[in-house]
Design a protein around this ligand. Structure first.
Ligand SMILES: CC(C)=CCC/C(C)=C/CC/C(C)=C/COP(=O)(O)OP(=O)(O)O
Length: 286
């Protein structure tokens, strides 16, 4: 049975399977899992690795299913490297890896770890064709996966959930939903032509920008409030400043450049937060 649409053999199969690894989408959930582990304080590398692999398998599942639905079922995409049966086998494999990791976490941590990890696959598997049809779920699905990745990454280390990872999960959900609205605004004309109801299609591009920057502002204000309350380290304020500077430039750019800037800004935001949680240099000064 052929996996790849453009050839047979190990090389073509490996290339087709690898085509569904999208670093831009995959790095954040993996980083979020490790961020959760760092928040927990002491990191067990084995548990961290199992959780990271589970998150990778979840996002891989989302991409394979999305490609399968968009190309093989809806005929929306012009091309796809995997055959329909290649997609189905890839889905079985990624789901099996995900399940194996989840069961390992249930055994090595507890059943709540399993309960916290499984929804990421549920969101991933149902992204297409169900969740991507509604503006709210199309916008929040991926950010919710990232938030669950933070919580899961924390839980497998600490075997509990505290206010700090919960706070960060809410911040990421809100901030990344804002970025996703801008990202979707790039495809406004095309999405409208295929009746895909993103936020930009539902409320129009202008109001979508308002919604997007409103969400990002709320997320940053939550970080400021939590930092002042000393729930988050004070150095988190630097992450807010860095992201706000990028968002200020993105606000005046077209959706494509804005998305590129905001995604990179979110990496900087996360990197400064990691430094804040590990070292909190500002907190040590005051
Ligand atoms: C652990 C974790 C983060 C889980 C969540 C996984 C999840 C929902 C990923 C979505 C990835 C994806 C297919 C993006 C493209 O969506 P699109 O529909 O905007 O793009 P398209 O126009 O290419 O279909």
């Amino acid at each position: 049975m052929a996996f790849a649409r453009d050839g047979t053999g190990i090389d073509a199969t490996a290339r087709a399977l690898w085509s569904q690894v999208h670093p831009v989408f995959m790095t954040p959930p993996l980083a979020a899992s490790l961020f959760g582990a760092i928040l927990a304080g002491s990191v067990d590398p084995l548990l961290a690795a199992i959780h990271v692999i589970a998150m990778f398998a979840a996002v891989y599942t989302a991409h394979v299913k999305d490609g399968y639905v968009d190309f093989h079922l809806r005929g929306e995409d012009d091309d796809h490297p995997l055959t329909a049966s290649g997609c189905q086998i890839a889905l079985v494999l990624s789901t099996a890896v995900f399940l194996l990791c989840s069961v390992l976490l249930a055994v090595l941590v507890d059943v709540l770890a399993f309960v916290l990890v499984v929804p990421t696959w549920v969101i991933a598997y149902h992204h297409a064709p169900q969740l991507d049809m509604n503006p709210v779920t199309a916008t929040t699905g991926y950010p919710l996966g990232i938030s669950l990745s933070v919580l899961g990454g924390f839980y497998v280390q600490a075997a509990t959930i505290t206010a700090v990872p919960l706070g960060f999960a809410i911040v990421f959900l809100t901030l990344l939903s804002g970025i996703k609205v801008i990202d979707d605004a790039q495809d406004y004309a095309y999405d409208r032509s295929i009746e895909k109801r993103t936020v930009a299609v539902s409320v129009g591009p202008d109001r979508a920008y308002g919604v997007a920057y409103g969400l990002m502002t709320v997320a940053l204000l939550v970080v400021v409030a939590f930092a002042i309350a000393r729930l988050f380290p004070l150095t988190s304020l630097l992450a807010v400043l860095a992201f706000a500077a990028v968002a200020g430039v993105a606000r005046r750019a077209d959706p494509e450049l804005a998305t590129m800037l905001l995604i990179r800004g979110s990496y900087v935001f996360l990197a400064v937060l990691v430094a804040a949680v590990r070292f909190d240099p500002v907190g040590q000064l005051v």
